[in-house]
Design a protein around this ligand. Structure first.
Ligand SMILES: [Zn+2]
Length: 358
């Protein structure tokens, strides 16, 4: 959906007036919303050395988003959801789960204080092999290398017949996006080999301490677990599961669960598919998630979860992106059916709202 149309719709649907009317409408039960964050960071995106697409919000914006969430929704965890199911109770009227993917350290330094202050729970999906390690995620490695090469033109024939131009940040960003899209499509071996050799091909040395303090430590994970944060699994190394063979699938899905359970002393209930749009994981990976004893899994497709009809191993979420206005965030949460994932609904909603408000 075009951002402009969404933003126009958000002006009306995300306004304080609409919010008041929505609240008067009373709780509509039978729906669960799951918010998907990655990083909460105050770094300026332009000079950011890694993949800036993973910055979901700055700390102040995150605080305002969570205040809105607390005022308007029942923020719960996957544990609460399971409890409802086991006791055969309905879900809370306005159920919302706040999730973070990957396990970046800013979840502890920037997001956790906000969540604690507001008394909100959240679920963090950890790529367990990166926790407490100084290992860059492959997309951050690619973004860093493309941003730091001195080359003005780069030939990567396996990705594109045309060389990539690198004369300004916009071209470099376009190159990074092409590479990341290609890397999500190719086999696991190809991806690993390409990422490993890319520094040499671009003439960039990765500083040994570059990933220091980038990911959560197990100590920080335990502190947050004691403070009401729920931890869940996002594999060990964050591969694209559709490109991963059976033996590694099992390792990635089952071992991360065991590691997190050992480190936190708490049961892991949920799993998040890496880069989890439908084409990025396959039926086999969903089966293994069930076999490994997870209760729920979230995808990265957008939507709401309906109590009377949902697939517990491919729950949709609502994305939070850095360039969204607060109005769009509010509109996405209050009216996900209108705002999320459907091409013309937002434009229609604007017209309807304009008519309703005169
Ligand atoms: Zn991820």
């Amino acid at each position: 959906m075009e951002m402009s149309k969404r933003e126009i719709a958000a002006k009306v649907l995300g306004s304080p007036l609409t919010n008041r009317l929505w609240r008067l409408g009373g709780g509509r039960s039978g729906e669960l919303r799951i918010l998907a964050y990655h990083r909460v960071l105050d770094d300026p995106p332009l000079s950011f050395p890694f993949d800036e697409d993973l910055i979901s919000a700055d700390t102040e914006t995150f605080r305002r988003q969570m205040e809105f969430a607390r005022r308007n929704f029942d923020v719960i965890s996957f544990g609460d959801l399971l409890q409802c199911e086991r006791e055969d109770r309905r879900w809370p009227a306005r159920a919302l789960i706040v999730t973070f993917d990957d396990g970046y350290r800013d979840n502890y330094t920037n997001a956790f204080p906000v969540l604690s202050h507001l008394g909100l729970s959240a679920t963090i999906f950890l790529a367990s092999g990166h926790i407490g390690e100084e290992k860059l995620f492959w997309w951050d490695r690619v973004a860093y290398l493309i941003k730091h090469t001195r080359m003005q033109e780069v030939s990567l024939p396996e990705v594109s017949a045309q060389p990539f131009l690198m004369t300004d940040p916009r071209e470099r960003r376009a190159c990074t996006e092409s590479l990341l899209a290609w890397l999500k499509r190719v086999g696991e071996e190809t991806r690993r080999g390409f990422v490993k050799n890319l520094g040499q091909r671009l003439g960039v040395e990765i500083p040994a301490t570059l990933a220091r303090g980038m990911h959560l430590s197990w100590d920080e994970v335990r502190q947050m677990a004691d403070g009401g944060i729920e931890f869940a699994s996002h594999t060990v190394t964050h591969p694209i599961l559709a490109q991963t063979d059976e033996a590694q699938l099992r390792h990635e899905i089952c071992e991360s669960k065991e590691t997190i359970e050992q480190r936190t002393g708490r049961q892991v209930l949920a799993f998040a598919f890496p880069a989890g749009r439908r084409e990025r994981f396959n039926k086999r990976s969903v089966e293994i998630v069930a076999e490994c004893g997870y209760q729920y899994a979230v995808a990265y497709d957008e939507g709401v979860v309906k109590e009377n009809n949902y697939d517990r191993y491919t729950l949709p979420r609502i994305h939070v992106e850095r360039d969204q206005s607060l109005g769009l965030f509010r509109a996405n949460l209050m009216f996900p059916r209108l705002m999320v994932g459907r091409t013309h609904a937002a434009a229609k909603a604007v017209l309807a709202a304009q008519q309703a408000y005169g």
